[in-house]
Write a protein that binds this ligand. Structure first.
Ligand code: F0G
Length: 467
């Protein structure tokens, strides 16, 4: 247990009312949503832990900077502020703004991935892999095996398995590997960090073959925090310094500013190679907007720039990660199976362990997320087989080892009593797990990113209606 709850380094200046719907309202809302928490209306949600993406509370400073946003179509002053800030904290010389992270992934994948390409990565992320596949590439998971075991306590479960990477390079040839895609932290593994030592070793291997590394920097500040806490030699270093060291070991980055940077929208692609930057600027005008706004308003770029500065402040990142740990520690103390060690942005429930009696074909994580909503109007996200989708070659469901429900904590939004309310509900559902008689089955399955819009019905009801 953490001995004390870290007091938030902010106080509340403006409030947004939220309401707990009645049990009947919750049942109706869940039916309307096809048992998919992604399809719930936010007004039917009390505590929204669906994502930490774009759900941040901005600071008074961010809001005041938005007032001075320069909305010039071309050459906005706000762009140059953002560019300077990214260069200062992330260290990449060429910055291409995008509307959010997947905009950057689209541009990068269109430039670098072609049919026959192979992209190794430390576990997949939904949108990242989809862009790679849409351009004809094949993703290869090269994360260490420990990352696929929810109970393993390895401090850096985001690390690359160098033997896996080496084997892949030998098997497919370096010329068909346009880049290695490395996330810090690894979302689908529950927010697990990569160590600087492992990143350096990976860099050594890829550099020997002329393969660049592209960082998914969405939660790299959280990764920097874990390096400071867990990796020998960094305990006295600032978060800004560690973040710069992470980026130094990579050739470019895709960024969703909706995460670390405390913004509600925004993103960027940044690279060291001027030719790559030129090609990215040519594409950004097609898909996002001019290369000096990329789909963001001037005021959004101001909010992101200020958010980057705030994100590396010690007290901010400490409170952020320790709030996640507080929730995780309460669940662990009550015997709820969760992904270990606790990650940076979320506590992930091991749904396969909690709902042992629900077969994987009935999506235990989707089922558990629905049960938690029914209990307390807390919205969580499925991160298991539904998110993993189907194999593009065989068409079969992909069943990842991790069948998780993600309780994702928005930054600076909820207080300790909200977190306690969630913990009480999850413990309640866990203790009553035997009453969940059946899992879920698809009634509507979209072909791409099906977890967003898929619809379900209880599997036992499906069996009854067929007979
Ligand atoms: N990379 C990672 C690691 C992410 O977590 C996300 C988004 C993206 C890229 C895409 O960025 O949403 O700005 O287009 N993750 C959100 C989530 C959606 O809930 O985990 P985006």
């Amino acid at each position: 247990m953490h001995p004390t709850y870290p007091p938030e380094p902010w106080r509340i200046k403006m409030v947004e009312p939220i309401r707990l719907p009645t049990p009947t309202e919750r049942r109706e809302a869940l039916l309307d949503a096809g048992y998919n928490t992604s399809l719930l209306r936010a007004a039917d949600v009390f505590i929204d832990l669906y994502t930490d993406s774009g759900t941040n509370a901005m600071s008074d400073r961010q809001w005041s900077d938005m007032m001075i946003g320069d909305e010039a179509y071309a050459g906005s002053r706000s762009f140059y502020r953002l560019e300077n800030t990214i260069q200062q904290y992330y260290g990449y010389p060429h910055v291409i703004p995008t509307h959010q992270g997947r905009g950057a992934e689209n541009i990068l994948s269109r430039i670098l991935v072609k049919p026959g390409s192979h992209i190794p990565g430390n576990m997949y992320f939904t949108t990242t892999r989809t862009h790679q596949e849409l351009n004809g590439g094949t993703f290869h998971d090269i994360i260490i095996d420990e990352a696929h075991d929810p109970a393993d306590e390895h401090p850096f479960k985001g690390n690359v398995d160098l033997a896996k990477l080496d084997r892949l390079i030998k098997d497919v040839g370096a010329e068909d590997i346009p880049y290695v895609s490395l996330a810090a932290t690894v979302n689908m593994a529950g927010g697990q960090p990569i160590s600087l030592a492992n990143l350096a070793e990976t860099r050594e291997l890829t550099a020997a073959h002329g393969i660049p590394i592209i960082l998914d920097a969405a939660r790299a500040v959280e990764n920097a925090w874990f390096i400071r806490q867990r990796e020998p030699g960094h305990a006295d270093h600032s978060i800004a310094r560690i973040l710069a060291e992470i980026c130094d070991l990579t050739d470019g980055a895709c960024m969703s500013a909706k995460k670390d940077s405390y913004a509600n929208i925004g993103g960027w692609l940044a690279v060291r190679d001027p030719d790559l930057a030129e090609r990215a600027r040519n594409l950004v005008v097609v898909y996002e907007g001019l290369h000096t706004y990329g789909g963001m308003a001037g005021r959004d770029m101001e909010a992101v720039a200020r958010g980057i500065e705030e994100s590396v402040e010690h007290d901010n990142i400490r409170a952020r990660v320790e709030q996640v740990a507080y929730l995780g520690d309460r669940l662990i103390a009550a015997g709820v199976p969760v992904m270990r060690p606790l990650g940076g942005h979320a506590v992930c429930l091991d749904a396969a362990a909690t709902l042992e009696h629900v077969p994987r074909t009935e999506f235990p994580a989707q089922t558990l997320a629905a049960a938690i909503y029914l209990d307390s109007a807390t919205r969580t996200a499925e991160r298991g087989a539904v998110s993993a989708g189907r194999d593009p070659v065989t068409g079969d469901h992909r069943y990842p080892k991790l069948e998780l429900v993600r309780l994702t904590i928005p930054r600076r939004v909820y207080t300790r009593s909200h977190i306690d309310f969630v913990a009480d509900s999850v413990i309640n559902v866990h203790n009553a797990r035997a009453t969940i008689a059946s899992g879920l089955t698809f009634t509507h399955e979209p072909s791409v990113l099906r977890f967003f819009q898929g619809r379900f019905t209880p599997a036992d009801r499906m069996v009854q209606s067929r007979t």
